[in-house]
Design a protein around this ligand. Structure first.
Ligand code: ARG
Ligand code: ZN
Length: 848
């Protein structure tokens, strides 16, 4: 009994819940929650066990009769009613509790942010609002009455009645408690409407604090695009008369898909050209879509238990990725998604926090909202789609919605609809869900008598608790190019199922050049010796945009790895980029990606994979010098691109102009290494949008010439929380590494460092952690600073503290001296008295 929850221990709840009625009387220090649960026993003689934390119980009654002190037991985690006190048939339970939203700094349950009340219940926050079977497989319709002296009072579903100081809401769709939401405050709405494909009129509102209403238009358009896309691509229509979104300044995560009342971190709603970057716009559109898509994949069909989290998150991320790919530039989006996957999920898989997309045990479920569950979960859906084809995928999804609407499901249910709809056997594929670790695939080639053979071998390194892994079912998309660059075999999916397996292409006139793992068809590390000439060839000729980019990426990576280890750098990378830079037919956004060098963490990851101990200082140095060499080698072309990519006219956040700006800023970043920041200073002074302003500022920071610009920026934006987050984050992430820990200390003393606000805290800590060589500074100052702040935040907001502890997940790949310093920091955290379950589990796993 060390508090571990296990998948194997799942048992259904012994009662069904037919209906929930809540009355919430709001007050900052003493909110009264009266709950009526209509329950029906399913198992004879079962006790009624309800979850509840931080609740002050005032009364409890069954069928209107108050219970005596011997009928129930209250513990710090719940309320148990003895079987003897329960009727045999259906009954109602009424409880009254008092809670203190103002004292709730953990931002889970009902809390206050700038005078407004709001909730966050996923995963287990509802138990901080009332006594309840707080598990996703208990679903019920809700009726909610809110009383409070505030102009806007919102909950899930449709409004039924309201008057001064009260409002009543009814949500007819049975839902688990994690989808409950309540918002009350002095808010203003940006409103619109949407007509669904069958003609239902849906009122749409985005609620924000007064003053922010002119920053909602983009999010509203994104919402309408999402609603239309889910109809055309998945046949999914919205199912209430109303869809509300609320923006909140204090929020632990990005956003939350509560039924009919999505709550968002204001960072992912509010946008204006002056304050949001192109990346912000793209992300807002994706998150609005993500939360909206959850209405079907998450809400109508939910998870049986939290082990199944990737059932809703993997699928919904996959859906939002496809949405963005359809609306913007598909291949560019794919490359960006793979970059994120490698930076976050491959990194997670490589260290002590590795876990399967469907874990089988946890202590604190909030610690499993990870890149593995989300981003790798999405890759698994993408692989399934590749394996069964577009039509098979659509059939499987139609069956999923038809069969499981209104249910709480498992990964087994999910795989079964694919098997039944397409006739495929997915038993081996299931290992992707249950096994952790990134498979390595090595490839060798054979050429004789017009026969070209590719031989693949796969293995997956051990991960915590999983020393040995069976081979996976891996879709590998391959195309073959002729030596003069024509495609002779177009993209074909090879299905690797054995440890070692060969595939032969017959009847070829000349030895082809293989393009393997096109579109990144599986989340694996492809280990293949490829000559610089062949990579340069693919970078110029591959018809698959992902592999075209990948060829350049691998050249850059190899070059950086060699430079960072005093090996001999492959020549040819700088030259190979020439044709792409000159290729004016290629999309600017694509060319910008080709120009961006792998990050320092990616290089460290690759070195560690190759059996070496990465040195953060050497990696930083290698990347800096390569960037400078790259700038020198292509100075004229870069300068021409910088001028040519200027976008005239008023700012538009669309993919076209955004791509031009990204290429222009990529060129600027390189040119600044030669012109001493002259162009960046000019751009900073003239920029009218945040993309260029922050781009220019970033270049100046990296050159150590940003003092004046940072002061100007601060003076202009000090009243704007979201913009000031960028100010904190960017200067730390990009400053010279040896100065980073000291700068972090200085910024933590800034009066604008409001550390209880999660966005601000993340901006500072995330900025430091993003400065690879700075965080890992040889003397351990980065670790100490970071640990100090995690220790300070933990009692206030354990969830955010635990999440940020992942900065330490790479500590074991470092040299012994750094390891000792990182270990000391982690042990100091673990040694804190009263450490939260969240941070205790994380540090325990990190120390392994
Ligand atoms: N379901 C939300 C989303 O993916 C995230 C909620 C995260 N909550 C948490 N406690 N970690 O959109
Ligand atoms: Zn989600």
């Amino acid at each position: 009994m060390d508090g571990t929850i296990r998948l194997a221990d799942y048992t259904p709840y012994p009662f069904t819940l037919e209906r929930v009625t809540l009355r919430v009387r709001l007050a900052p220090r003493a909110t009264r929650v009266s709950a009526r649960l209509e329950l029906a026993p399913q198992v004879d003689g079962a006790a009624l066990v309800l979850d509840g934390e931080m609740l002050h119980l005032i009364s409890v009654a069954i069928d209107g009769a108050p219970l005596g002190p011997n009928d129930y037991r209250v513990t710090p985690t719940g309320l148990t009613i003895h079987p003897a006190a329960l009727p045999e048939g259906p009954f109602s339970l009424e409880t009254d509790v008092e809670i203190a939203p103002e004292a709730n700094t953990a931002l889970e349950g009902l809390y206050m942010s700038n005078g407004m009340y709001c909730t966050q219940c996923e995963a287990e926050g509802f138990r901080k609002i009332t006594y309840y079977p707080d598990r996703p497989d208990v679903m019920a319709p809700f009726r909610v009455r809110i009383e409070g002296d505030l102009p806007v009072l919102l909950s899930n579903g449709n409004p039924v009645a309201s008057g001064p100081g009260w409002a009543e809401w009814d949500d007819p769709w049975p839902k688990p408690a994690y989808l409950f939401a309540l918002v009350a405050g002095d808010l203003v709405a940006h409103s619109d409407s949407f007509t669904t494909q069958s003609g239902r009129e849906v009122a749409l509102n985005i609620y924000v604090r007064p003053g922010d209403e002119d920053r909602c238009a983009f999010a509203m358009e994104a919402l309408k695009r999402s609603m239309r896309w889910d109809e055309t691509e998945y046949g999914r229509e919205y199912d209430l008369d109303l869809f509300n979104i609320v923006a909140v300044d204090d929020f632990n995560m990005g956003a939350m898909e509560n039924k009919g009342l999505n709550i968002f971190n204001s960072k992912w709603v509010l946008a204006s050209p002056e304050t949001a970057t192109d990346k912000d716009y793209e992300r807002i559109e994706a998150i609005i879509a993500h939360e909206y898509f959850h209405n079907w994949t998450g809400n109508r069909i939910t998870c049986r238990d939290w082990f199944q989290l990737c059932l809703k998150e993997g699928l919904t991320v996959f859906r939002d990725q496809c949405f963005t790919a359809d609306l913007r530039l598909g291949p560019v989006k794919r490359i960006e998604d793979v970059m994120t996957l490698r930076a976050r999920q491959f990194r997670e898989d490589q260290g002590p926090l590795a876990h399967p997309p469907r874990p089988d045990h946890y202590k604190e479920i909030n610690n499993f909202y990870t890149a593995t569950v989300y981003e790798k979960g999405a890759e698994l859906v993408g692989m399934l789609k590749r394996l069964v084809g577009d039509e098979g995928y659509r059939k499987a999804l139609d069956l999923y919605f038809a069969r499981h609407d209104g249910q709480a499901c498992t990964i087994e249910d999910w795989l079964a609809v694919f098997e039944e709809a397409t006739g495929r056997d997915l038993a081996q594929f299931k290992h992707w869900y249950t096994d952790a670790g990134t498979p390595r695939v090595t490839v060798s080639e054979d050429w004789a008598d017009g026969r070209y053979t590719l031989t693949f071998e796969q293995s997956t390194p051990p991960t915590p608790g999983q020393p040995k892994k069976p081979p996976r079912h891996i879709p590998i998309t391959v195309g073959l190019l002729s030596p003069n660059g024509e495609e002779i075999v177009s993209s074909t999916v090879l299905e690797l199922t054995k440890t070692r397996e060969s595939f032969t292409f017959e009847g070829l006139g000349a030895k082809p050049v293989a393009s393997i793992l096109r579109d990144f068809s599986a989340p694996v590390v492809l280990d293949r010796k490829v000559s610089t000439t062949e990579r340069a060839f693919l970078l110029t000729h591959d018809t698959d945009p992902f592999n075209r980019w990948e060829a350049g990426r691998m050249l850059a990576r190899e070059c950086l790895m060699a430079r960072a280890t005093a090996g001999t750098a492959e020549p040819g990378y700088l030259e190979a980029l020439g044709p792409v830079l000159a290729d004016d037919d290629a999309d600017p956004a694509f060319r910008a990606l080709c120009l961006s060098l792998p990050g320092e963490d990616e290089i460290a990851q690759a070195l560690f994979d190759a059996g070496q101990t990465p040195d953060p200082d050497a990696i930083h140095e290698a990347r800096e010098t390569l960037a400078k060499d790259l700038a020198r080698a292509h100075e004229d072309r870069l300068a021409a691109l910088y001028d040519a990519m200027a976008v005239p006219g008023p700012y538009q956040p669309d993919a076209g102009p955004a791509g031009q700006r990204s290429l222009r800023l990529a060129a600027l970043g390189l040119l600044s290494r030669l012109d001493g920041g002259a162009r960046a200073e000019a751009l900073f002074a003239s920029a009218h949008n945040m993309t260029e302003s922050l781009g220019a500022l970033s270049s100046l920071i990296a050159q150590g010439r940003a003092e004046a610009a940072l002061a100007t920026f601060r003076a202009r934006w000090q009243g704007d929380r979201l913009v000031m987050d960028k100010w904190f984050m960017t200067q730390l992430a990009l400053c010279p590494p040896e100065t980073a820990p000291d700068l972090a200390r200085k910024l933590a003393d800034d009066p604008l460092f409001d550390w209880k606000n999660p966005n601000r805290f993340r901006a500072l800590m995330g900025g430091l952690a993003a400065n690879h060589a700075g965080f890992h500074r040889r003397d351990g100052a980065g670790y100490r600073f970071y640990a100090d702040w995690l220790i300070r935040l933990d009692p206030v907001n354990p969830q955010t503290a635990a999440r940020l502890s992942t900065a330490f997940e790479t500590w074991r790949r470092l040299d012994p001296a750094r390891q000792a310093l990182a270990r000391a920091a982690l042990e100091r955290i673990l040694g804190q008295e009263g450490l939260s379950r969240d941070l205790a589990e994380m540090t325990g796993r990190l120390l392994g």
